[in-house]
Ligand binder design. Sequence first.
Ligand SMILES: [Zn+2]
Length: 139
Amino acid sequence: MAKPADTRTAGRKPAAKATRSVAETEKIRAALAARRDELRAEYDQTLSEITELQRDRLTDSAGDDQADTGTKTFEREQEISLANSIRERITQVERALERLDEGGYGWCERCGNPIPVERLAAFPSATLCVTCKQLEERR
Ligand SMILES: [Zn+2]
């Protein structure tokens, strides 16, 4: 696999970049890992609820009228879409962890300043610092 010269990222980052301490990076890593574990637990929980709804549907659907069946189908669909969105968030956090290893994570895309650890812990997919985010929203 030949790797083409990387021209994509050239010039994208500000030349004078602020640095983040190793301790801070570790703090972000820990926060992201904790979030990922939380989401995984939530995901497993949702999956078992889906299985349960599925089982209910198979076992006692004989006595159900049309409305009951409809409700259960709806519930199951809701759980499935919830599971999908959780899985998406897990992917986001995993990607964030990869980028953190590469040093490309946690920097504001607008001003280039480091995004505070607390903000990253709450919103792992944040790409803007609070100030820039507020400016974006005000526009
Ligand atoms: Zn910013």
